[in-house]
Write a protein that binds this ligand. Structure first.
Ligand code: PHE
Length: 348
Protein backbone atom coordinates (compact mmCIF):
# COMPACT_ATOMS: atom_id res chain seq x y z
CA UNK A 1 0.00 0.00 0.00
CA UNK A 2 1.38 3.38 -0.91
CA UNK A 3 1.63 6.05 1.77
CA UNK A 4 -1.31 7.91 0.21
CA UNK A 5 -3.42 4.78 0.41
CA UNK A 6 -2.42 4.26 4.01
CA UNK A 7 -3.32 7.85 4.82
CA UNK A 8 -6.68 7.58 3.09
CA UNK A 9 -7.42 4.35 4.96
CA UNK A 10 -6.46 6.02 8.21
CA UNK A 11 -8.78 8.92 7.49
CA UNK A 12 -11.68 6.66 6.74
CA UNK A 13 -11.06 4.54 9.79
CA UNK A 14 -10.98 7.64 11.96
CA UNK A 15 -14.18 9.04 10.50
CA UNK A 16 -16.05 5.80 10.94
CA UNK A 17 -14.81 5.45 14.52
CA UNK A 18 -15.88 9.00 15.29
CA UNK A 19 -19.52 8.30 14.64
CA UNK A 20 -19.49 5.58 17.32
CA UNK A 21 -18.02 7.77 19.99
CA UNK A 22 -20.40 8.91 22.71
CA UNK A 23 -18.32 10.36 25.46
CA UNK A 24 -15.72 13.11 25.67
CA UNK A 25 -13.27 10.66 27.22
CA UNK A 26 -13.53 8.25 24.34
CA UNK A 27 -13.12 11.15 21.97
CA UNK A 28 -9.92 12.24 23.64
CA UNK A 29 -8.57 8.68 23.47
CA UNK A 30 -9.26 8.61 19.76
CA UNK A 31 -7.51 11.92 19.23
CA UNK A 32 -4.40 10.64 21.01
CA UNK A 33 -4.56 7.35 19.10
CA UNK A 34 -4.73 9.09 15.72
CA UNK A 35 -2.93 12.39 16.07
CA UNK A 36 -0.80 11.99 19.18
CA UNK A 37 3.00 11.81 19.22
CA UNK A 38 2.87 8.03 19.15
CA UNK A 39 -0.32 8.01 17.10
CA UNK A 40 -1.10 6.27 13.84
CA UNK A 41 -0.64 9.34 11.66
CA UNK A 42 2.86 9.97 13.01
CA UNK A 43 3.60 6.29 12.49
CA UNK A 44 2.56 6.45 8.83
CA UNK A 45 4.57 9.61 8.26
CA UNK A 46 7.71 7.83 9.44
CA UNK A 47 7.59 6.03 6.07
CA UNK A 48 8.24 9.39 4.33
CA UNK A 49 11.96 8.96 4.65
CA UNK A 50 11.77 6.20 1.98
CA UNK A 51 10.12 8.49 -0.56
CA UNK A 52 11.81 10.28 -3.41
CA UNK A 53 12.40 14.05 -3.30
CA UNK A 54 9.49 14.62 -5.75
CA UNK A 55 7.01 12.44 -3.87
CA UNK A 56 7.80 13.86 -0.44
CA UNK A 57 6.10 17.31 -0.72
CA UNK A 58 3.01 15.78 -2.37
CA UNK A 59 2.55 13.18 0.34
CA UNK A 60 3.49 15.76 3.00
CA UNK A 61 0.76 18.17 2.01
CA UNK A 62 -1.75 15.31 1.70
CA UNK A 63 -0.82 14.26 5.23
CA UNK A 64 -1.35 17.83 6.48
CA UNK A 65 -4.77 17.95 4.86
CA UNK A 66 -5.74 14.75 6.56
CA UNK A 67 -4.48 15.94 9.93
CA UNK A 68 -6.44 19.20 9.56
CA UNK A 69 -9.54 17.34 8.47
CA UNK A 70 -9.36 14.91 11.40
CA UNK A 71 -8.75 17.74 13.86
CA UNK A 72 -11.78 19.51 12.53
CA UNK A 73 -13.97 16.38 12.69
CA UNK A 74 -12.89 15.70 16.24
CA UNK A 75 -13.78 19.28 17.24
CA UNK A 76 -17.17 18.93 15.57
CA UNK A 77 -17.85 15.72 17.44
CA UNK A 78 -16.76 17.38 20.67
CA UNK A 79 -19.22 20.26 20.22
CA UNK A 80 -21.94 17.78 19.37
CA UNK A 81 -21.30 15.67 22.47
CA UNK A 82 -21.18 18.71 24.75
CA UNK A 83 -24.49 19.96 23.47
CA UNK A 84 -26.05 16.53 23.77
CA UNK A 85 -24.90 16.35 27.39
CA UNK A 86 -26.39 19.76 28.12
CA UNK A 87 -29.64 18.85 26.43
CA UNK A 88 -30.03 15.68 28.44
CA UNK A 89 -29.28 17.52 31.72
CA UNK A 90 -31.93 20.07 30.87
CA UNK A 91 -34.43 17.36 30.04
CA UNK A 92 -33.79 15.40 33.22
CA UNK A 93 -33.75 18.35 35.54
CA UNK A 94 -36.90 20.08 34.51
CA UNK A 95 -38.43 22.20 37.26
CA UNK A 96 -42.14 22.74 37.30
CA UNK A 97 -42.33 26.41 38.18
CA UNK A 98 -46.09 26.15 38.57
CA UNK A 99 -45.83 23.80 41.59
CA UNK A 100 -46.68 25.50 44.92
CA UNK A 101 -43.54 26.56 46.83
CA UNK A 102 -42.33 25.13 50.11
CA UNK A 103 -43.15 27.40 53.01
CA UNK A 104 -40.08 28.83 54.73
CA UNK A 105 -40.48 28.52 58.47
CA UNK A 106 -39.75 31.96 59.89
CA UNK A 107 -38.55 32.19 63.46
CA UNK A 108 -38.96 35.21 65.67
CA UNK A 109 -36.94 37.24 68.10
CA UNK A 110 -36.97 35.71 71.58
CA UNK A 111 -39.62 37.11 73.88
CA UNK A 112 -36.88 38.46 76.18
CA UNK A 113 -35.20 40.20 73.28
CA UNK A 114 -38.55 41.72 72.34
CA UNK A 115 -39.08 42.91 75.90
CA UNK A 116 -35.61 44.43 76.10
CA UNK A 117 -36.02 46.15 72.75
CA UNK A 118 -39.29 47.64 73.89
CA UNK A 119 -37.66 48.98 77.06
CA UNK A 120 -34.74 50.31 75.04
CA UNK A 121 -37.24 52.17 72.89
CA UNK A 122 -38.73 53.92 75.90
CA UNK A 123 -35.31 55.14 77.02
CA UNK A 124 -34.02 56.02 73.56
CA UNK A 125 -37.05 58.30 73.37
CA UNK A 126 -35.80 60.05 76.50
CA UNK A 127 -32.33 60.64 75.07
CA UNK A 128 -30.49 57.75 76.69
CA UNK A 129 -27.69 55.88 74.96
CA UNK A 130 -27.69 52.08 74.94
CA UNK A 131 -24.32 50.75 76.13
CA UNK A 132 -22.97 47.19 75.87
CA UNK A 133 -21.17 45.72 78.84
CA UNK A 134 -19.16 42.54 79.17
CA UNK A 135 -20.44 39.26 80.55
CA UNK A 136 -17.03 38.23 81.80
CA UNK A 137 -16.13 41.05 84.14
CA UNK A 138 -13.38 41.92 86.56
CA UNK A 139 -14.06 41.54 90.26
CA UNK A 140 -12.83 45.13 90.42
CA UNK A 141 -15.69 46.54 88.32
CA UNK A 142 -18.38 44.09 89.39
CA UNK A 143 -17.79 44.61 93.11
CA UNK A 144 -15.05 46.99 94.20
CA UNK A 145 -16.04 49.91 92.02
CA UNK A 146 -19.64 49.35 93.15
CA UNK A 147 -18.56 49.98 96.72
CA UNK A 148 -18.36 46.28 97.57
CA UNK A 149 -14.76 45.80 98.69
CA UNK A 150 -13.36 42.30 99.17
CA UNK A 151 -14.96 40.67 102.24
CA UNK A 152 -17.97 43.00 102.13
CA UNK A 153 -20.87 40.93 103.51
CA UNK A 154 -23.27 42.12 100.78
CA UNK A 155 -21.20 40.15 98.25
CA UNK A 156 -22.99 37.08 99.60
CA UNK A 157 -26.25 38.24 98.01
CA UNK A 158 -24.60 37.89 94.62
CA UNK A 159 -22.51 34.76 94.68
CA UNK A 160 -21.29 33.90 91.21
CA UNK A 161 -19.11 31.82 88.93
CA UNK A 162 -15.46 32.76 89.18
CA UNK A 163 -13.07 32.27 86.31
CA UNK A 164 -10.04 33.34 88.33
CA UNK A 165 -9.87 35.16 91.68
CA UNK A 166 -10.14 38.45 89.81
CA UNK A 167 -12.37 37.47 86.87
CA UNK A 168 -15.99 36.37 87.05
CA UNK A 169 -19.31 36.14 85.27
CA UNK A 170 -20.90 39.44 86.23
CA UNK A 171 -23.61 39.21 88.87
CA UNK A 172 -25.37 42.37 87.75
CA UNK A 173 -25.15 44.99 85.01
CA UNK A 174 -24.00 47.62 87.53
CA UNK A 175 -20.30 47.39 86.53
CA UNK A 176 -21.35 49.12 83.30
CA UNK A 177 -22.10 52.17 85.49
CA UNK A 178 -18.47 52.40 86.54
CA UNK A 179 -17.16 51.76 83.04
CA UNK A 180 -19.43 54.41 81.54
CA UNK A 181 -18.82 57.02 84.25
CA UNK A 182 -15.05 56.85 83.98
CA UNK A 183 -15.30 57.42 80.21
CA UNK A 184 -17.87 60.20 80.28
CA UNK A 185 -16.94 63.74 79.33
CA UNK A 186 -19.42 66.08 81.05
CA UNK A 187 -18.49 68.97 78.80
CA UNK A 188 -20.47 67.03 76.15
CA UNK A 189 -23.62 66.94 78.31
CA UNK A 190 -25.17 64.80 81.04
CA UNK A 191 -24.68 61.03 81.23
CA UNK A 192 -27.83 59.09 80.42
CA UNK A 193 -27.47 55.44 79.60
CA UNK A 194 -29.07 52.06 79.86
CA UNK A 195 -27.27 48.76 79.47
CA UNK A 196 -29.17 45.53 78.87
CA UNK A 197 -27.53 42.14 79.10
CA UNK A 198 -27.06 38.74 80.70
CA UNK A 199 -26.04 38.33 84.32
CA UNK A 200 -25.15 35.23 86.31
CA UNK A 201 -25.57 34.07 89.86
CA UNK A 202 -24.84 30.86 91.65
CA UNK A 203 -28.52 30.23 92.31
CA UNK A 204 -30.39 26.97 92.45
CA UNK A 205 -32.77 27.15 89.52
CA UNK A 206 -36.48 27.12 90.34
CA UNK A 207 -39.62 28.78 89.00
CA UNK A 208 -38.39 32.27 89.86
CA UNK A 209 -34.59 31.84 89.89
CA UNK A 210 -32.22 31.05 87.08
CA UNK A 211 -28.43 30.98 87.25
CA UNK A 212 -28.55 33.15 84.15
CA UNK A 213 -31.01 35.97 83.64
CA UNK A 214 -31.13 39.51 82.31
CA UNK A 215 -30.92 43.00 83.69
CA UNK A 216 -31.21 46.45 82.28
CA UNK A 217 -29.05 48.91 84.12
CA UNK A 218 -29.99 52.57 84.02
CA UNK A 219 -27.82 55.51 85.01
CA UNK A 220 -28.19 59.28 84.87
CA UNK A 221 -25.53 61.63 86.20
CA UNK A 222 -25.62 65.41 85.97
CA UNK A 223 -25.70 68.48 88.16
CA UNK A 224 -28.78 68.57 90.37
CA UNK A 225 -30.26 65.13 89.70
CA UNK A 226 -32.72 64.20 92.45
CA UNK A 227 -34.85 61.30 93.57
CA UNK A 228 -37.79 63.08 91.90
CA UNK A 229 -36.05 62.56 88.55
CA UNK A 230 -35.70 58.87 89.35
CA UNK A 231 -39.34 58.51 90.26
CA UNK A 232 -40.57 60.43 87.22
CA UNK A 233 -38.38 58.39 84.89
CA UNK A 234 -39.54 55.08 86.30
CA UNK A 235 -43.15 56.19 86.07
CA UNK A 236 -42.72 56.79 82.34
CA UNK A 237 -41.24 53.31 81.95
CA UNK A 238 -43.92 51.56 84.01
CA UNK A 239 -46.82 53.27 82.28
CA UNK A 240 -45.38 52.39 78.87
CA UNK A 241 -44.82 48.77 79.81
CA UNK A 242 -47.82 48.07 82.05
CA UNK A 243 -50.45 50.65 81.16
CA UNK A 244 -51.18 54.33 81.75
CA UNK A 245 -53.06 53.74 85.03
CA UNK A 246 -50.05 52.20 86.79
CA UNK A 247 -48.63 53.92 89.83
CA UNK A 248 -45.31 53.29 91.51
CA UNK A 249 -44.28 53.09 95.12
CA UNK A 250 -40.78 53.41 96.51
CA UNK A 251 -39.79 51.43 99.59
CA UNK A 252 -36.52 51.91 101.48
CA UNK A 253 -33.96 49.26 100.70
CA UNK A 254 -30.23 48.70 100.69
CA UNK A 255 -27.63 48.48 97.93
CA UNK A 256 -23.99 49.31 98.66
CA UNK A 257 -23.75 51.44 95.51
CA UNK A 258 -26.79 53.67 96.05
CA UNK A 259 -27.76 55.92 98.94
CA UNK A 260 -30.62 56.17 99.59
CA UNK A 261 -31.70 52.89 98.01
CA UNK A 262 -35.21 51.86 97.10
CA UNK A 263 -37.19 48.88 95.99
CA UNK A 264 -39.75 49.92 93.38
CA UNK A 265 -43.25 48.42 93.24
CA UNK A 266 -45.95 48.98 90.63
CA UNK A 267 -49.65 48.88 91.33
CA UNK A 268 -50.96 45.49 90.22
CA UNK A 269 -51.93 45.57 86.54
CA UNK A 270 -54.21 42.58 86.98
CA UNK A 271 -56.48 43.66 89.85
CA UNK A 272 -55.63 47.35 89.81
CA UNK A 273 -54.58 47.24 93.46
CA UNK A 274 -57.43 45.40 95.16
CA UNK A 275 -55.43 42.20 95.60
CA UNK A 276 -55.15 39.02 93.48
CA UNK A 277 -52.83 36.07 92.76
CA UNK A 278 -50.40 38.08 90.66
CA UNK A 279 -49.72 40.63 93.44
CA UNK A 280 -50.10 38.03 96.20
CA UNK A 281 -53.07 39.97 97.57
CA UNK A 282 -50.94 43.05 98.32
CA UNK A 283 -51.98 45.19 95.36
CA UNK A 284 -48.31 45.88 94.57
CA UNK A 285 -45.67 44.07 92.52
CA UNK A 286 -41.96 44.55 93.08
CA UNK A 287 -40.14 45.15 89.81
CA UNK A 288 -36.80 46.78 90.37
CA UNK A 289 -34.07 48.11 92.62
CA UNK A 290 -32.85 51.68 92.38
CA UNK A 291 -31.36 54.60 94.24
CA UNK A 292 -29.19 57.69 94.16
CA UNK A 293 -25.65 56.85 93.06
CA UNK A 294 -23.48 56.58 96.18
CA UNK A 295 -20.98 59.47 96.42
CA UNK A 296 -18.15 56.96 96.85
CA UNK A 297 -19.11 55.32 93.55
CA UNK A 298 -19.06 58.71 91.80
CA UNK A 299 -15.70 59.62 93.34
CA UNK A 300 -14.13 56.26 92.41
CA UNK A 301 -15.11 57.02 88.81
CA UNK A 302 -13.42 60.42 88.98
CA UNK A 303 -16.63 62.45 89.34
CA UNK A 304 -16.85 65.22 91.96
CA UNK A 305 -19.75 64.19 94.19
CA UNK A 306 -20.06 67.74 95.50
CA UNK A 307 -20.96 68.94 92.02
CA UNK A 308 -22.66 65.98 90.39
CA UNK A 309 -25.34 63.57 91.52
CA UNK A 310 -27.15 60.74 89.80
CA UNK A 311 -29.65 57.96 90.01
CA UNK A 312 -29.35 54.33 88.97
CA UNK A 313 -31.69 51.43 88.64
CA UNK A 314 -31.52 47.76 87.81
CA UNK A 315 -34.52 46.20 86.12
CA UNK A 316 -35.16 42.53 85.33
CA UNK A 317 -36.66 42.04 81.87
CA UNK A 318 -37.27 38.35 82.63
CA UNK A 319 -39.56 39.43 85.44
CA UNK A 320 -41.22 42.09 83.29
CA UNK A 321 -41.97 39.48 80.61
CA UNK A 322 -43.21 36.94 83.18
CA UNK A 323 -45.61 39.49 84.60
CA UNK A 324 -46.85 40.81 81.30
CA UNK A 325 -47.44 37.43 79.68
CA UNK A 326 -48.36 35.43 82.76
CA UNK A 327 -45.35 33.11 82.43
CA UNK A 328 -45.05 31.30 85.74
CA UNK A 329 -41.65 29.67 85.34
CA UNK A 330 -38.53 31.64 84.37
CA UNK A 331 -36.90 28.46 83.06
CA UNK A 332 -39.28 28.52 80.09
CA UNK A 333 -37.26 31.39 78.67
CA UNK A 334 -34.09 29.32 78.58
CA UNK A 335 -35.28 25.87 77.50
CA UNK A 336 -35.70 26.79 73.84
CA UNK A 337 -38.96 24.90 73.43
CA UNK A 338 -40.38 26.15 70.14
CA UNK A 339 -43.94 25.54 71.36
CA UNK A 340 -43.35 28.06 74.13
CA UNK A 341 -41.37 30.57 72.08
CA UNK A 342 -43.76 30.60 69.13
CA UNK A 343 -46.47 32.11 71.28
CA UNK A 344 -44.55 35.35 71.18
CA UNK A 345 -44.29 35.70 67.43
CA UNK A 346 -43.89 39.30 66.39
CA UNK A 347 -46.83 40.21 64.20
CA UNK A 348 -45.88 41.60 60.81
N1 PHE B 1 -27.47 45.80 90.78
C1 PHE B 1 -28.62 45.62 91.64
C2 PHE B 1 -28.98 44.14 91.70
O1 PHE B 1 -28.59 43.40 90.82
C3 PHE B 1 -29.82 46.42 91.15
C4 PHE B 1 -29.59 47.88 91.22
C5 PHE B 1 -29.03 48.56 90.17
C6 PHE B 1 -29.94 48.56 92.36
C7 PHE B 1 -28.84 49.93 90.25
C8 PHE B 1 -29.75 49.93 92.45
C9 PHE B 1 -29.20 50.59 91.40
O2 PHE B 1 -29.62 43.68 92.59
Amino acid sequence: MSLQQQLTALKEEAISKLSHIHTLNELNDLRVEMLGKKGTLTEVLRGMKNLTAEERPVVGSFANEIRDLLTEKIEERKTYLEQAALRSTLENETIDVTLPGKKVHLGTTHVLTQTMMEIEDVFLGMGYQVVDGREVEQDYYNFERMNLPKDHPARDMQDTFYITDELLLRTHTSPVQARTMEQHDFSQGPLRMISPGKVFRRDTDDATHSHQFHQIEGLVVDKGITMGDLKGTLEVLVKRMFGEEREIRLRPSYFPFTEPSVEVDISCFKCGGTGCNVCKKTGWIEILGAGMVHPTVLEMSGIDANVYSGFAFGLGPDRVAMLRYGVNDIRNFYQNDVRFLEQFKVKE
